[in-house]
Design a protein around this ligand. Structure first.
Ligand SMILES: Cc1cc2nc3c(=O)[nH]c(=O)nc-3n(C[C@H](O)[C@H](O)[C@H](O)COP(=O)(O)OP(=O)(O)OC[C@H]3O[C@@H](n4cnc5c(N)ncnc54)[C@H](O)[C@@H]3O)c2cc1C
Length: 504
């Protein structure tokens, strides 16, 4: 297939879900272009091994120095391969509070309330012939995670069957995107997609910009500094490159804030000042406690764990690392904070790790092209902790972790010495140790106002035949693990695009 009817830029979490549904439900010829390589089953299918090895299949992106983090830069690595970040993430399938989606509808995103989205989530995960991402209970749960949940109950949390983040003061195990003890990423849909002669994926294809004729998207330019190529698409282009790269691609195409584009000597095709604004992320902080009985971080045990997984498909290699958690604070139907167990920590050989994570950050940042290096990485500035109140909430979560850990249920582990925060106090601790918990969103925000980048039909404002479909369209980050959000967005997008493509 030389040219296509629809080009999707980025075979990531959303991109592949969208391609899957467009092939099933329309007659369109779809070409998927992915900067990274194919999904390596041998390395990433085993959940814990995949998490340990993920850096080899991730972008090496990092933030600019963050003022409120003592001038630190923060690595913010997303997946760079087929399946995108769903191929390297912790596999948690937690959609978050329905109220958070209803809030999108209230800020001008008509049709995006939960009642409208729920059928798409169910289609993607539940109904067997159609589902793309099976959701199942974890196959490996550590003694520590079980005890943590008992400790949460002693602390007053209500234990739920499957933790989704939908209610404050609940705790539980997370369901996972997995089958048996294997990761399921959206890349697994490729086996089925390749059977269609209307579908093609090309990996190792870096998309530089959208090709515009007048105000219409007609294809893309791929390549690097040495060679460039054009691929045309008769019915349009969907940008699904994720919250860090979708705004960069739009800006490189002359769609974005006129001042920024002019500073990079780019022709301004559409002055859309909102492109790259509204970057939101789940920032959090680790609590690391030395244990007299547990040693999950001891390197020597990886050999036996790997052999066990290889021969029997079970054991600690089947762990997704973040097995259990709890949500609290905020209104009952939209929690402010999440505590996550990261039992399989490799920070210390004899320690356990938990994290306090802020769910509704008020700090908002930007993603922009580098005017001096248009083909280089984007300039990512989340402005972490610049909004008053964000830091205090994370520290509140740290206190709640301490309270849970001191409950009788966890005494068996001899959790004696607190390594982090340890002697460090409050905001000083955050300056050194606060970090991303990997949910950047919002940089091509959907809405109906002047700063919105896409309308509720996900069409880029001011351009025809151009859509954005990934987590960059999120108006406000939900108290969710955002792979689920990307999947819902893509399913809904397929339904919207189906109508646009009905003539194909
Ligand atoms: C370490 C980690 C753990 C996480 N754990 C969880 C979890 O347990 N549960 C959960 O729900 N969420 C988790 N997340 C977050 C979640 O996985 C992401 O929010 C979600 O997958 C993002 O989906 P997306 O479609 O927006 O982008 P992505 O899945 O990142 O897809 C974007 C794709 O576009 C490609 N691309 C980018 N630029 C270009 C270009 N110029 N040309 C061509 N292709 C390009 C990328 O390589 C990538 O494949 C985690 C994230 C990380 C990093």
């Amino acid at each position: 297939m030389q040219d296509a009817e629809i080009i999707i830029v980025g075979a990531g979490t959303a991109g592949l879900v969208l391609a899957n549904r467009l092939i099933q439900d329309t007659n369109a010829r779809v070409l998927l272009l992915e900067a990274g390589p194919q999904y390596p089953k041998w390395a990433l299918d085993a959940p814990l091994a995949g998490l340990r090895l993920r850096k080899a299949w991730s972008w090496t992106t990092q933030t600019v120095p963050q003022k409120e983090l003592g001038g630190r830069t923060v690595p913010i690595p997303m997946g760079r391969l087929a399946g995108g970040t769903s191929s390297v993430n912790a596999m948690i399938a937690a959609i978050g509070p329905t109220a958070d989606f209803d809030a999108w509808a209230k800020v001008g995103c008509t049709g995006w309330e939960w009642e409208e989205l729920q059928p798409f989530w169910e289609k993607a995960t539940l109904s067997k012939p159609q589902r793309i991402m099976p959701v199942n209970p974890p196959t490996f749960v550590s003694d520590f995670s079980h005890a943590f949940l008992e400790g949460c109950q002693q602390e007053g949390f209500q234990k739920v069957e499957s933790l989704t983040g939908s209610q404050s003061e609940t705790c539980g195990l997370f369901d996972l995107f997995q089958e048996g003890s294997k990761r399921i990423s959206t890349a697994h849909a490729l086996e089925r997609l390749r059977l269609s002669n209307r579908f093609q994926i090309r990996t190792g294809q870096n998309v530089l910009r959208i090709l515009l004729e007048g105000e219409k998207a007609v294809g893309v330019e791929i390549g690097g500094s040495r060679s460039k190529n054009i691929i045309r698409a008769s019915h349009g282009v969907v940008v699904s490159a994720g919250a860090l790269f979708s705004p960069q691609i739009l800006q490189r195409s002359g769609i974005g804030p006129a001042r920024l584009l002019s500073s990079a000597r780019l022709k301004v095709h559409v002055d859309l000042p909102g492109v790259g604004l509204n970057l939101q992320d789940h920032l959090g902080a680790p609590v690391v406690i030395q244990s007299t009985t547990l040693s999950p971080g001891r390197k020597s045990r990886w050999i036996s764990a790997a052999l066990r997984y290889l021969f029997f498909g079970d054991g600690v290699m089947a762990s997704n690392c973040c097995e259990a958690g709890c949500f609290f604070g905020g209104p009952r139907n939209s929690p402010d904070l999440e505590i996550l167990t990261l039992f399989q920590t490799n920070r210390h050989p004899h320690a356990v790790e938990l994290a306090s994570i802020l769910m509704h950050p008020q700090s908002k940042g930007t993603v922009a092209i580098d005017p001096r290096n248009l083909l280089g990485p984007p300039i990512i500035d989340p402005q972490y902790l610049t909004a008053s109140g964000d830091a205090d909430l994370i520290l509140k979560g740290v206190e709640r972790i301490r309270a849970i850990v001191n409950r009788p249920a966890l005494r068996q582990f001899g959790l004696t010495t607190e390594i982090l925060p340890g002697a460090m106090e409050g905001k000083d601790f955050l300056r050194v140790h606060a970090s991303t918990y990997h949910h950047p969103v919002g940089t091509c925000r959907m809405g109906s106002d002047d700063l919105a980048v896409v309308d509720p039909g996900l069409k880029v404002r001011g351009v025809s035949n151009l859509w954005v479909v990934d987590n960059s369209i999120i108006p406000a980050v939900p108290a969710a693990h955002t792979a689920a959000t990307a999947i819902v967005i893509a399913e809904k997008a397929a339904d919207l695009l189906k109508k646009d493509l009905s003539s194909v």
